[in-house]
Ligand binder design. Structure first.
Ligand SMILES: [Zn+2]
Ligand SMILES: [Zn+2]
Length: 250
């Protein structure tokens, strides 16, 4: 897949030198999107249609709610509710159609009935888990991942900065490697693999040390002792293992 290359945000995220640059980009996109979606008047009609159809996941509902724009949030939810009602009606109608065809539910074979109910369950679960914000973040992040891989291959200063600043978290390493498998080949691909391995291993080794020290400060025998790396050790470790989700102390 080809994307428009936008190098500045990726360079800026790598230069910040703490945590995972891809997670930082994700947080920025998310913050901007939450504000943008609540400014409903500036939303394009195509986006509005998607909001109505997809709605928002629990995490993004919480972030929207925290903006305290109850009217904006309620207007979006009202349109989404109306779309959802139509879709739910048709899902149940499809599942029950043995009945409407005049034969009653039990006129269908047991297998057909099970399939129809399982398919309705799947459709309802899909509706309850769709999120326009998650989709938008994923799309932007894919573009940034593509840009990062492009910069790694074409800009030696970027490559150096990316390695020196600790690479990425476990989750983003998986995303980048999946893309690298498609976009890179030969020696560059093996080099990228080695660099991600080295940076992620070094990151986790450091966190192993810091988190151990952090647990030791709860031992009364260490009272008054200054153990290094303890500040933010728990938050850093969680963020490396699962992608940025806890705020790290400054
Ligand atoms: Zn990350
Ligand atoms: Zn979401």
């Amino acid at each position: 897949m080809k994307y428009h290359i936008d190098t500045i945000p990726v360079w800026d995220a790598v230069k910040e030198m703490c945590g995972c640059p891809m997670c930082r980009l994700k947080c920025k996109i998310e913050e901007n999107d939450v504000v943008r979606y609540l400014g409903g008047s500036v939303m394009e009609p195509s986006t509005r249609i998607q909001v109505n159809a997809k709605g928002f996941c629990p995490r993004h509902q919480m972030l929207l709610y925290a903006q305290k724009n109850r009217l904006g949030h309620a207007l979006m939810m009202h349109s989404h509710l109306q779309e959802t009602r139509k879709e739910v009606k048709s899902i149940f109608e499809r599942a029950e159609k043995g009945k409407t065809a005049g034969g009653g539910l039990f006129s269908r074979s047991r297998g057909e009935m099970k399939d129809a109910v399982a398919s309705a369950a799947k459709s309802l679960k899909a509706m309850a888990s769709s999120c326009i914000l998650c989709d938008s973040i994923r799309e932007n992040l894919d573009r940034y991942a593509y840009t990062l891989i492009h910069l790694y291959q074409t800009d030696s200063a970027f490559k150096r900065a990316f390695i020196d600043n600790g690479g990425v978290c476990l989750s983003c390493a998986g995303d980048l490697l999946a893309l690298a498998a498609e976009e890179m080949k030969g020696e560059v691909l093996s080099e990228f693999l080695r660099d991600l391995d080295a940076t992620l291993s070094a990151r986790m080794e450091q966190e192993d040390h810091d988190l151990k020290n952090f647990t030791l400060i709860f031992d009364y025998r260490n009272a008054g002792k200054a153990l290094d790396g303890t500040k933010g050790a728990l938050e850093r470790t969680v963020n490396t293992l699962r992608g940025a989700c806890l705020e790290e102390p400054k």
